[in-house]
Each structure stands twice: as C-alpha cells, then as structure tokens.
Design a protein around this ligand. Sequence first.
Ligand code: PLP
Ligand code: COI
Length: 362
Amino acid sequence: MQPQFFEVRPSSNARSADEREGLIKDPGFGKIFTDHMATAIWTRGRGWHSAHIGARRSFSIDPAAGVLHYAQEIFEGMKAYRRDDGRINLFRPEQNARRFNASARRMAMPDVPEDLFLAAVESLVDIDREWIPRGDGSLYIRPFMFASEAFLGVRPADEFIFCVIASPAGAYFKSGKRAVTLWVSDHLNRAGPGGTGAAKCGGNYAASLLAQAEAYEQDCDQVVFLDAVEHRWVDELGGMNLFFVFDDGRVVTPPLGGTILPGITRASIIELLRQRGTEVAEEPYAIDQWEDDARSGKLKEAFACGTAAVVTAVGRVKSRNGDWAVGQGDEGTFTAAIRSELLGIQCGLVEGPAGWVRPVGL
Ligand code: PLP
Ligand code: COI
C-alpha cells in the first residue's frame, strides 16, 4: 500500500500560517498538535478498512470500549526532522512499524501491515509538514491502536482503531536540561518476567506513574526501574534506555531480557559505537555497582536515550539510601559527541549507515 492508500480529506479548520508559526516557536513536548490525523479501523473478519487522513478531532467511542476497561492499547514514538535543504527525514520508521507489531502480538491485537503503518505516518507528515519547527525542533509522531469494541467480557476485542497524530516538539526535559537527575525506584516495578515490559503498551506507563510522581517529589526528572525479582539490576527509565561509559573506554547497556523496551535509539547507538571499534557490552549492571563505580571515578558518564529525549546525560542519581553524582554531574564529552552524531544523522547533516533516514514527500 502506498501513501495514497490513505484517502486525504484536508481539514477545513486548519490553523492560519501566523497562528501555526506562533505555536511552533517554543513548542515544549507533547502539548501542541497538528491539524490532521490518520485513522483506520480493523474489524475481525474484514481486516483493515476506512483508512483516511482527516481533520484532527475527538473520538466518539462507546463507554464499554475495551481500551477503557482492559487497557488493550499500544503506541509508538518517532520523529520527522526538517533538513537544511527543506526536505524532511524520518529516522528508521520501519523499525517503529516492526516494534508496533511486536507490541500488537504481545497484547493480542491485529498486526498493522508495515506498508499501512508507513503510509499513515508519511501521509500525515506530508500534509502537516509546515508544523515541523525550524532549528532544534522536530515533529513527534505518535501512532497508536486501541480496542474500540463495546464488550465487557475479558478477551481480545473484535474491533480496533489505528490512529496517528503529530506534535511539534522541542526538548523533552524542561528548560532543555543537559543533565538529568534520576530517582531509583526500589519498591515499585514497571515490568516483570513474562510481563509486557518489552511491549510499548499504555499499561506499562500507567504502572510507572506513581514512581514518576515520587521522582518529582524528590526533585528528580525520571525514574530508574530495577529488575522486579532482586531489585538489584538496572532495567531502564520510565521512557528511555540507559548507557554507561567507563574510564577504559568500554560502554555497557542493560540487555534486552523481555522487561525493557528494545529502543531504536539504543540499537542505533550500539551500532554506531561498534562500527568505530568501541566495545559495547549488553550486560546486567547492578545499582550498587553503579554507585561504587561513580564514587571511584571508574564510571565516567551515563546517559539516557530515546526518541523523545534523544541523548540526555545523567548528572545525578538519588535513592532512599543516599545519592551520588555521575562524572562531573554535567554532560560529558562522550555523551555530547554521540548526541550530536545521532542528531546530525537524523537531520541529514551527517552521513549515517545506509537506509537509516527516509525522505518524505519526494
Ligand atoms: N524505554 C521506554 C520505556 C520508552 O518509552 C522509550 C521511548 O520510546 C525508550 C525506552 C526508547 O525507545 P526509542 O529509542 O525507540 O524511542
Ligand atoms: C518516546 O521517546 O517516544 C517515548 O515514548 C518516551 C515518552 C514520551 C513516553
């Protein structure tokens, strides 16, 4: 299916160029939305149908819709970048399509064919291309799917809505912080063995919110979740993966064991580092080891990564048993370099591995 698979019905209510420019000047994260959305419906026995791009509007769903009761919902997060030459890049969007379907299978939801997923994203970005901020900003794209069937029995639903919305975005963290402080969650878990940690489903984020609220109370930006069995091994943050950089040049990131999200930024960073000969180990790292290594100076830097946060240094870690600084408590040179290389590739300023950027609307 090609982009034209989505019938395009332009909004009659689109904001004026002046209004739009005012809104995207300093967009923050996730607060402002473009004029359109892509939607398609899946019905058991019929498959996908009614795919179209139209004005962004509220859904009308039944109060018994499955998503409202049993949280049968998944989503993705990806970005479109404006290049200096005026063209637009998507970054590895087929990886988002594949992860979306991996999440769908875990949540007993139908696959969204990769070409349908990509057609929805590309058609939406194309029609709302003027919403992509200039300079450092990008357009955050949020594909999602939820159970819309009205039925209170506990079983996979017979009807789903797939939708893509988009939001002009600046820095994820307030005031574009260069180094964040993390709160170690020692009793609240996000995911456990056999659970849904590797799926990008709304329920994982619901499970993380109380810990995130604790983090804010402690004046921290994000939560570090530990493994649910021993409360010892570092898993990931509420919305980002983690990397550790050591004084001998080695880099470590927690392995994908089913409880953490297989980040596309994570995989891309591993590939970029290995290509240039940096040793990257995907191995368990204990929270007490993190403290020891930070205090001894063996750990030079730590950073979080993800679509929304890009690459963000971890400056400090706080826990109920005390807190410690990582490196100088600021963004280090390793973190700054990988951040600028990745952003350079995404914006088309730096040549990346073949096929990583996909131009839109050509
Ligand atoms: N981990 C979690 C829990 C996330 O929500 C995200 C963001 O999507 C990531 C990791 C990073 O994934 P990606 O790099 O694909 O954005
Ligand atoms: C992303 O980086 O896309 C995320 O999903 C993180 C957060 C905004 C949920």
